[in-house]
Design a protein around this ligand. Sequence first.
Ligand code: BTN
Length: 329
Amino acid sequence: MTNTELVILRELNAAPNEFVSGAQLATKLSISRVAIWQHMEKLRREGFEFEAVRARGYRISKHPTALHAIYIEAILEAKQRTFPLTVLDEVDSTNDEAARQLADGRQTPFVILARKQTKGRGRFGRVWHSDDHHNLYSSFAFRPQLAPHLMPTFTLWMGVNICELITNFCSMQAGLKWPNDIVFDGRKAGGMLTEARIDSDQMRDLVFGLGLNVNNPAGAWPTELASRATSLAEQSGEPLNLNRFAAALIGRVSLAYKQFVEGDHTTTFADTWNYYDVLRGQDIVVLNGEQRIAGTASGIDDTGSLLIRDKQGRSQRFTAGEVTLEKVL
Ligand code: BTN
């Protein structure tokens, strides 16, 4: 990544409707106007389009639709939030890549984003559809000093934050299906996969993986997903700026992580989850290993365990499991 392009994008982003002159950029960067033009040409090849007007300068007329590391950095720097970022064109799984980099000793926190995954994974080893550049495949790596039993709560807390981010960014409300699905009307738009290496009484490191269908066109799902998957663009009726969304996500996850390790989530967590919860009041079946319990969902407790009232009227709590709606079975 060149610092020059970061500065150029930051300057142009700072005044999106104004023209920024080549001379001004050249002075700021202490390079020639020809050198500025060469960097702009490189950015053009990467998906940017610029309006260039004689004696006035440049402004951005089109942003790349695929993830672009420098553009994300430029937005993040403007907001003064730093979270080291790697954007890969293709990777097996961003969670696996983050785990490899943690094992190699990379300093935390950091985030890995990929335009495509060849072995995207979901819970229970399921495949996560990851074969185009429209969506977000992201993994955030941390070394938290937290007890292992907090891991499920961490995922749910992140889910609440991602729903709030979607509400703010897209002005529409997503729902949460315990424990890790982001949904709209029963169709899945996102999934979370948190993985940790545990020492005896503490997490050694933690990878929070989020797959979010951002701009997948409605008709472009593989047949087996067509009735079950959706994207933010499909729900909002227009494509989103993927890079701006990625930058907002990084800012939000960074803040949410800080709140979690400092214990600041505890007062609002369960109430906020219950607000987004799509299972509450529904007849569901929880599969937990060999156990299969039917009942009515009644929200979560303060630690994130799912509460259900079973057919005998007893309250039951689940820290793990898979939920299906009873009518679907
Ligand atoms: C699920 O719904 O079961 C969780 C899906 C998690 C998918 C994301 S995509 C980014 C990260 N890398 C992976 O291989 N998985 C997670």
